[in-house]
Design a protein. Structure first.
Length: 529
């Protein structure tokens, strides 16, 4: 069952006892539209094998590690997960849930117990056979009081993980979770080799399509094809090389001169120039990615919701869309569920730029004016500094003085994000509303970037994942979107398309929209034409 077409057939892989549950689960709702110029000439019916492919990334830091719990940028996510390792399930390039290291799964009637059948034809790069013990140890590495994993919140409902024979792993949950198989596609939850219950998290050894040959954090990585890869129709390159080219001009020049074959995050100010080249294809994929500006809601003045609302009304989203994204995206509404998501609440009133309402909320907070610092670097997202400067201009009309602090790109995610009281950030999104909320908004989530706690929200989050009726779940997720929009500590002004470019020598199938770089699987899925 290794072909893309079979990977997309959830019904064949998931034997769930309730038809209604199966229908609700399979209707994931990430019908992500691939728009724009998606290099039709670069596709081939039969992928070719061979060649050394070089990719230029907008990220990469000297502090990078191959430990999945530290993956905080597209560089180390694409390398450590999409190139070196696999998870139990995956989101395919046609944006459906499919099996990966798990062949199939089934749930109890209440979705509180899940049984996953593990593939028995898989080897790690060091020759060790994949076992159910590796799966149990890898999942448990992300559980418990001592873990630093951002996926801990996704697994907090798991009471027990245990092997059941040579090829089955049982997850016992405290309460039903209709989205549980989607959770296990997370890049943090990739499966690692283990011994006596302890995982090897840092060597890079995995079951993935390529074997690590060289890793220089913040500079580059090289990996060679895994000749024993269990997906026989994947891993077409002989080897791949990832280069950290955080400066977009350097990245663009590298593509134009042939130093790299593909780059992510094009400069939207100049991408039209790339489109003119007959040797370059520009790709636009609209999905779940959104830009955020999280405030630490435990610190003044952001602990006052009227201050947070004032800042949300003080930003001109339409101007940001046209100026920063050049129209490659959609305006956001201060909540993270994308229009492509099944449970997106499309009837919510769109928040618009309104300096008078911003002033009103300042007065409600007992303030005539406000001065705050906003940390920004283009490491957060392309144009983040420009966006912060525009925001400062917008907010000035409401009596708000935003002092833009330009931070270094290197080390931004370890030194600024969730360290400074207010900063620029972004999320690739998650395939389900439950997973997105659980990862970044649940009270005790390690990546709750606004340190936000809302009792009603957290209660609904638990209730929604145990509700198998799609209509009732939709009502709950709608209420949660309202709570995040109107009480949360994150300004979410934009949903941004992924815009990358490649040399026409590269070929690919349809592009996944769940993450950048073809769902982080570019090394596995692309080939030379």
């Amino acid at each position: 069952m290794s072909s893309v077409k079979n990977f997309g057939r959830i019904g064949a892989a998931c034997k769930v006892s309730r038809r209604r549950f199966l229908e609700g689960s399979a209707a994931l709702g990430i019908s992500l539209a691939a728009a724009g110029r998606i290099s039709a000439p670069a596709r081939a019916a039969s992928p070719n094998k061979g060649g050394h492919a070089k990719f230029g990334f907008d990220s990469g830091s000297t502090s990078d590690s191959l430990d999945p719990v530290t993956f905080d940028s597209v560089f180390n996510q694409t390398l450590g997960y999409g190139t070196l390792r696999n998870s139990l399930t995956e989101i395919t390039n046609d944006n459906k849930l499919g099996p990966e290291l798990a062949e199939s799964w089934e749930a109890s009637d209440d979705a509180a117990e899940w049984t996953f059948k593990i593939r028995r034809d898989v080897e790690f790069h060091n020759g060790k056979a994949l076992t159910v013990d590796d799966v149990v140890a890898s999942i448990n590495y992300n559980r418990g009081d001592d873990t630093k994993s951002p996926a801990k919140s996704l697994l907090e409902n798991v009471e027990e993980v245990r092997a059941d024979g040579p090829d089955r792993v049982i997850f016992k949950l405290a309460s039903g979770n209709a989205d549980f198989p989607y959770f296990l596609s997370d890049y943090v939850l990739c499966i690692l080799p283990s011994q006596d219950g302890k995982v090897d998290a840092v060597s890079g050894v995995g079951t993935g399509p390529y074997v690590l040959a060289e890793f220089e954090p913040g500079v580059r990585a090289i990996a060679e094809r895994n000749s024993n890869y269990f997906k026989h129709d994947r891993a077409h390159f002989d080897s791949v090389e990832f280069l950290s080219l955080k400066d977009v001009t350097a990245r663009t020049n590298a593509l134009q001169t042939g130093e790299v074959h593909m780059m992510n995050r094009c400069d939207l100010k100049t991408v039209h120039l790339l489109e003119r080249s007959p040797e370059i294809d520009v790709h636009q994929v609209t999905g779940l990615q959104h830009y955020t500006m999280p405030m630490n809601t435990t610190e003044a003045p952001f602990d006052d919701n009227n201050v947070r609302l004032a800042l949300k009304y003080a930003i001109d989203r339409e101007r940001l869309l046209q100026t920063v994204l050049r129209g490659y995206g959609k305006v956001g509404n201060d909540q993270p569920i994308a229009p492509a998501n099944e449970y997106y609440a499309e009837d919510l009133e769109q928040r618009a730029y309104d300096p008078d309402k911003a002033r009103f909320h300042l007065k409600q907070a007992g303030l005539d004016s406000l001065s705050v610092r906003l940390s920004a670097a283009d490491a957060a997202f392309p144009g983040a500094v420009d966006a912060a400067v525009l925001y400062r201009e917008n907010a000035a009309k409401a009596g708000i003085d935003i002092k833009v602090v330009r931070e270094p790109n290197d080390g931004y995610w370890s030194n600024v994000w969730m360290k400074k009281p207010w900063c620029m950030s972004y999320w690739a999104g998650r395939p389900t509303a439950s997973q997105m909320f659980q990862t970044a908004f649940a009270a005790d989530a390690p990546w709750n970037e606004a340190f936000w706690r809302n009792e009603t929200f957290n209660k609904l989050l638990v209730e929604a994942r145990t509700t198998l009726d799609p209509k009732k779940r939709a009502e709950m997720y709608r209420e949660m979107q309202i709570l995040v929009r109107d009480d949360g500590g994150v300004v979410i002004p934009l949903f941004a398309s992924y815009v990358g470019a490649s040399n026409t020598s590269l070929a690919h199938d349809s592009l996944g929209g769940n993450y950048d770089m073809d769902g982080l699987k570019i090394a596995e899925r692309w080939w030379f034409a």
